[in-house]
Design a protein around this ligand. Sequence first.
Ligand SMILES: Nc1ncnc2c1ncn2[C@@H]1O[C@H](COP(=O)(O)OP(=O)(O)OP(=O)(O)O)[C@@H](O)[C@H]1O
Ligand SMILES: [Zn+2]
Length: 832
Amino acid sequence: MAYNLTSSPLFSPDPNEGVYAEVIIPLALPRNYTWAIPTHLRANISKGSRVEVQLKNKKYSGIVKTIHTDKPTAFEPRDILNLLEEQPLIYPQQLKLWEWIGDYYMCSEGEVMQAALPSHLKLSSESILTYNEEFGENFSDLNDEEYLVAEALLLKKELKLSEVQQILDAAHVYPIIKGLIEKKVCMVWEALKDTYKQKLETYVHLEAAYHNEENLAKLLNEWSKNKAPKQLELLLSYLHVIRTEGEVTQTNLLKKANASSAQLKGLADKNIVRLEKRSVDRLPTLPRDIKIDFELSAAQVEAAESVERVLNEKSVCLLQGVTSSGKTQIYIKLIEQYIKAGKQVLYMLPEIALTAQIIRRLQKYFGGYITIYHSKFNPNERVEIWNKIKTGETKVVLGARSSLFLPFKELGLIIVDEEHDPSFKQQEPAPRYHGRDAAIYYASLYNAKVLLGSATPSIESYFNTQAGKYGLVNLTERYGNVQMPAIQIVDVKTIITKEKGKIILSPQLTEAIQQSLQEKKQVILFQNRRGYSPYQICGVCGWIPQCENCDVTLTYHKAKNKLQCHYCGTSYPLVLTCAACGNHNFVQKNFGTEKIEEALVEAFPEAKIARMDYDSIRGKNDHDALIKLFEQQKIDILAGTQMVVKGLDFEHVNLVGIVDADGILNFTDFRVNERAFQLMEQVSGRAGRREAQGKVIVQVSNTHHPVLQFVQHHSYEEMYRFEIENRKNFFYPPFSRVIQLICKHKDKNIAEEAANILGQFLNDKYAAYVSGPAEPAINRVRNQYLYELLLKLPKDAQFLRQCKQDILQQVSIVQSNKRYRSVTIVADVDAV
Ligand SMILES: Nc1ncnc2c1ncn2[C@@H]1O[C@H](COP(=O)(O)OP(=O)(O)OP(=O)(O)O)[C@@H](O)[C@H]1O
Ligand SMILES: [Zn+2]
């Protein structure tokens, strides 16, 4: 099914008859409300239009979902106040996507809208406007009303929309605010993303008049030598720098020209140059240029051709290529084809913040054709990207799951790289959607194709290939025909340490590291726990310090000398005295990345060692900086969490150590085997990617765990055959669909009662499919007690729809009881 992008013109109703619009506003309402379209707006409002509406005493910008003539009977609809753009803000495909996500993931379209639109496009009375420092103070282009608001903003730096209303004393403020945002005088502050801080830099531009060679020559020739010779010198320097470097910052220019800012200001006052303050994070504008300078290997050519063949027949193809087989290279060739055919491509990655390496790789080939969409970007930029995608100007977008909400004009292909990665699923808040699954739906609306890629596909996707729903293409050899790394299992049970705890560096691992260092190779050590040690125990009575807000032991962070809860983030001072027995004899149990780093420094004093986890990486650039250092071999050993795994490509790593595999194998989740395999295979995949075969050492005490063998054989198929039997026997996905319901309340009894009532109802109607309510392993987080129900439902669309409806209805019945009104009930469809 494909939709016509030009929205259908309004039907022409009887002028005396009312016309109404169902409007989505960014709130979690159980349903959308209806407003009347006043006569003067009828000709221009269509599906997808952005309008200003009032609900109770608050105003919102909302999106028109449908237009009809059925007058609501229960209430007198109010008029829509304003139409904010002539053209619809979003395409019909997006309305469809929002609706699908709302239905499928059991949330409101308002919640989807909240996630889908950049903050600048969703205004409400509570929105806060902040002054945009980049704008400067030149208000000459503003009209009277805009001027009033801009002046107030310059003074106060931020204003609530309700305050703007008072300043203007007008009913219709949204169009004025829209104008100010478009002119970049202000931005909408995003409460959740307050980490965003602009760093500004002043850029120097030649005024437009001197872009003309003749004018410029005249200016230079007629410059009288004795008047401001320093400025002339500065101007000549500028002309030199702009030619060689493309862009000129004030700092750079003044340094190169050995000039002062007063001299630069002199040039600006003469209207020769113009100074512009701009955020330094902003992406450089690269020329739009495709430069593909590599050839695919024979195996890659075959795989690429198979992908094309499959996509001619099916909408979705899974490219299963072992680690370092060059899947990215195949994507690059495919992207090139789509660009040349005038189509847009969305390249989705699990965590964009961790993928600077891939961004660099793609920019090298596609230059300005590639755009990155990122929640860390300045809101102005996000709207700019939004608009360029909507007009079709931007051809390729690289982004995490939220890039799915962009308004593509001619979407041709979605690539979901590392499709198995659990971070494609949004956890909190709603919409709790899966980026991969929503991508498949979204693509279908454009008749676009989807390419899923992974060395270790999700069981669900692989199952779909076996069922014939998706095509499957295999790439079984590494690029350059390097052998897959050899896996050595080290039984840590047999190694006794001084402290009778788990060993961090077994003799085998130590020796292997030594050898790598001698050969001038690099080492990655993986541990899925950060901090120094995950708990400390009183050596006398066994008491363990816990978080006050969560049912969780506290992790010791040595560098900060603090205890920290990894669930709510609260820090505590170190506990030296046991709260139970008063002794001072704590033992640090188990270990995280910080302790590994310490052990490495001790064992290899000559080596350069670095740690990569959420404690050592702060800003968005830290990660890339560390990766670059590792690429340039300025680091010998890198110890880290999942962060060291995701799709990274290093040339000189020949050894990988999985320091504590038991920590991966002992989860209680039904996906544990799948996850453990994926994680270990992916970590292993970082070794020996270029020349000779690499080596992986897995330290583990549970040496008979079946997953270890699958990893040792690098055999996804063995893992799949083993796991699919389990899933079938216990009726887990892909044989069923799971919906997890969680009741949360600060009073344990109330949470439990609400869960019981819900459970009772579900058990009456869906007994065969319900387990719980039960307390999860961690039953209190942020002072909220948790109770969980799990439904494993047959995959019958009709049946599922009914069941979801019943659940939602029941949730609202439970919450209509005063006692349970404040119980939070979360439904998570396809929970991961
Ligand atoms: N045809 C080719 N020409 C030149 N270099 C290539 C080619 N194919 C792959 N490579 C190089 O081999 C390395 C591995 O490729 P790539 O990172 O694409 O593998 P991958 O399949 O994505 O691996 P993973 O699943 O581990 O992320 C990269 O450095 C890549 O540049
Ligand atoms: Zn806590």
